[in-house]
Design a protein around this ligand. Structure first.
Ligand code: TXA
Ligand code: MG
Length: 315
């Protein structure tokens, strides 16, 4: 166990966090999607400690976070499609899987030995300040124990990882609230994970439909495991009303004990999602049950329903 520092999102806090990263330590930091568990992507031992801190059963590849498109181009090979998408959506909640530049010095643990790398330029000002101050590539999965709900506040990070990481930078609640969209561009364009950038927006820019990538039998993204993002309670979907003993999470016209968005606003619902999953889990208690009202399966709603289906999957 180590004592986990909580750092303010000011110059001193960011400088301290950058210093810890340079020393090979693990620092959780805010992004606009969810909090990331960051470590220097060039240090093998640091990357191994990321997996250990999360208790990840397998070495799934991680996303490398960079402060700018120029820094990203030093790590991965961009073609015209990747440049167009990066120009349109970075900084932001989008991750690109592209051919790795071997000379970038990224630890093979980050890429799980693949010839491709997942990279992202986040928009959150604290993430950008930290990446700029550190000046190197930061590998960061979501800052939660493996298989648990992703954190959208510093308190969530501490609840899961206190004593296992050097520090968390408290940058307030994450505005987007679901993880980045992952777009595979190492070959034919594929949607590897729905997320904060609506797939429709990528399809419009690329001028083509995006087939879903990945394979449930051999998932290369843990977000593709059927049961993931699991709260302690059992989860039921498409509920119009609570059954006896259930905590109902409403949306729009379906009122609940809690609501993702009373106005039926998908942006608000995404930002609330993981926080509400935790709240509902606490209200339901051990052996409890949570029911979710239907959420439209379009735009950001696709990412929300994807996460809810995994939370509800048999386990
Ligand atoms: O919003 C996010 O993306 C957050 C914040 C912290 O940036 N990060 C995040 O990381 O969700 P993580 O580790 O929970 O999910 C990263 C996903 C994994 O599902 C991983 O398998 C996939 O990216 N991935 C990484 N490298 C890949 C590669 N070379 N090919 C295919 N998938 C890859
Ligand atoms: Mg995750």
């Amino acid at each position: 166990m180590e004592k986990t520092e909580t750092l303010a999102a000011d110059d001193a806090g960011v400088a301290r966090a950058a210093h810890l990263l340079a020393g090979g330590r693990l620092v959780a930091f805010p992004t606009e999607t969810v909090y990331g568990l960051g470590g220097d992507a060039r240090q093998d031992a640091t990357v191994a400690r990321i997996f250990a801190a999360k208790g990840r059963p397998r070495f799934n590849p991680l996303i490398v976070h960079l402060p700018s498109v120029a820094a990203a181009e030093a790590v991965a090979v961009f073609d015209d499609r990747a440049r167009a998408v990066a120009a349109a959506f970075w900084p932001g909640p989008l991750t690109l899987v592209l051919p790795l530049r071997p000379e970038a010095g990224i630890s093979p643990l980050v890429t799980a030995g693949l010839p491709t790398v997942a990279i992202r330029v986040p928009a959150h000002p604290v993430a950008r300040a930290l990446l700029t101050a550190f000046g190197g590539p930061v590998a960061a999965p979501s800052a939660n124990p493996s298989g648990k709900v992703s954190p959208t506040r510093a308190a969530h990070v501490l609840a899961g990882l206190s004593g296992r990481i050097a520090a968390v930078v408290d940058g307030g609640p994450s505005a987007v609230g679901v993880e980045s969209t992952i777009l595979g561009l190492a070959g034919a364009a594929r949607l590897l994970r729905p997320g904060g950038v609506p797939a429709e927006a990528l399809e419009a820019l690329l001028g083509q439909a995006l087939p879903a990538g990945g394979d449930e039998a051999r998932p290369n993204a843990p977000g593709q495991l059927a049961s993931h993002y699991a709260p302690g309670a059992m989860v039921r979907l498409n509920a119009r009303a609570a059954e006896t003993g259930e905590i109902l999470v409403g949306y729009g016209p379906v009122k609940g004990d809690l609501t993702l968005s009373a106005d039926g606003d998908l942006v608000e619902a995404a930002a609330n999602l993981f926080h509400i999953l935790r709240e509902a889990d606490a209200l339901a208690g051990p052996q409890g049950r949570i029911a979710f009202a239907p959420v439209p399966d379009t735009g950001l709603g696709r990412a929300i329903t994807d996460r809810l289906r995994r939370a509800a999957a048999p386990r």
